[in-house]
Design a protein around this ligand. Structure first.
Ligand code: SF4
Length: 297
């Protein structure tokens, strides 16, 4: 079978850089463990792979010996938590430069007296981190929150407002927040500034995969079901309806999909397959699955 890999498939630049820095650190201190607080990416195969290089995923610093190297993940940490970490451990800061830029913007705007509005998910670690960089802030998770915030204006209007988004936030929610709060602010004579901080890589990958889907017989979305960005990618392509779509996370799952199609159709009619991996799928897994698909006759 001919296999085509979608453009922008696989690790995003932030995760690629994090991987590079972890292995550089491992190369410098091969006899030491490196600890990550929580999953670096949501892919169990990759977490197991890291552990073979003494890169250990833990849920709590209580499991980490003092003085060890502790990784700050790509979506960053709460400011106070990071400061506490630095007192006891050697911190390897792998916050994605795009996230770091928003953290610093929020800090600067907050220092200039702006009230910070963040569009995104309240319980997402990136948003929890962003909130910690401002004295006064609010999180807009859904449309109803925009109206709630705008309604609060009359009681206690902020002096100035700065709006940003979680990097993986919903573009429509950000645009609507800027528009609705902006109109309200303008009518009250309040200054509003915004910065569109949404990372476009996920969007670009989805668009390219949807385009390529029209040229292939089958699409394999490669990722772990625990990953929200892999699940979203699968749902978008499945809804695209242009080719058969399978969600796989191993060579065995890809082979099982081909076997089920063979028995369903009395033979395999697929000539060309697209593979597309989420931001949290390692390249070695993608290559392994591509290799096994290419061998299918
Ligand atoms: S998705 Fe974008 S912002 Fe998030 S880690 Fe990757 S490159 Fe950075």
């Amino acid at each position: 079978m001919r296999v085509i890999t979608a453009k922008y498939s696989g690790f995003c630049p932030g995760v690629m850089q994090a991987e590079k820095k972890i292995f550089r650190e491992h190369g410098r201190h091969a006899d030491e463990h490196i600890y990550i607080l929580g999953y670096l990416i949501h892919n169990q195969t990759y977490i197991d792979y890291l552990s073979r290089y003494s890169v250990i995923t833990v849920s709590d610093t209580a499991q980490v010996p003092e003085g060890s190297v502790v990784v700050v993940r790509t979506h960053g940490l709460q400011r106070q938590t990071e400061e506490e970490l630095r007192k006891k451990f050697r911190v390897l800061d792998l916050t994605c430069p795009k996230v770091k830029k928003i953290q610093l913007l929020i800090r600067d705007y907050a220092l200039k007296g702006f009230f910070v509005l963040i569009t995104g998910k309240k319980d997402h670690p990136e948003v929890q981190g962003l909130v910690s960089y401002a004295e006064g802030s609010d999180v807009i998770e859904k449309h109803a929150d925009i109206n709630r915030f705008a309604a609060g204006f009359d009681a206690s209007p902020p002096q100035k407002i700065f709006v940003v988004s979680q990097t993986t936030g919903d573009p429509a929610l950000f645009t609507e927040t800027v528009r609705i709060v902006g109109e309200k602010a303008a009518s009250a004579g309040i200054r509003l500034e915004s910065f569109n901080s949404i990372c476009s890589i996920t969007d670009m990958r989805e668009r390219e995969a949807l385009k390529l889907q029209k040229e292939v017989d089958v699409t394999f979305v490669i990722g772990d079901r625990i990953s929200s960005n892999a699940t979203k990618l699968y749902k978008i392509l499945a809804a695209g309806g242009q080719s058969a779509v399978f969600f796989v996370n191993s060579r065995e799952e890809a082979l099982a999909a081909a076997a089920s199609e063979r028995s369903r159709s009395g033979g395999l009619r697929w000539k060309t397959a697209q593979i597309v991996s989420s931001s949290s799928t390692p390249a070695f897994l993608e290559q392994e699955i591509a290799g096994c698909l290419e061998e299918i006759r």
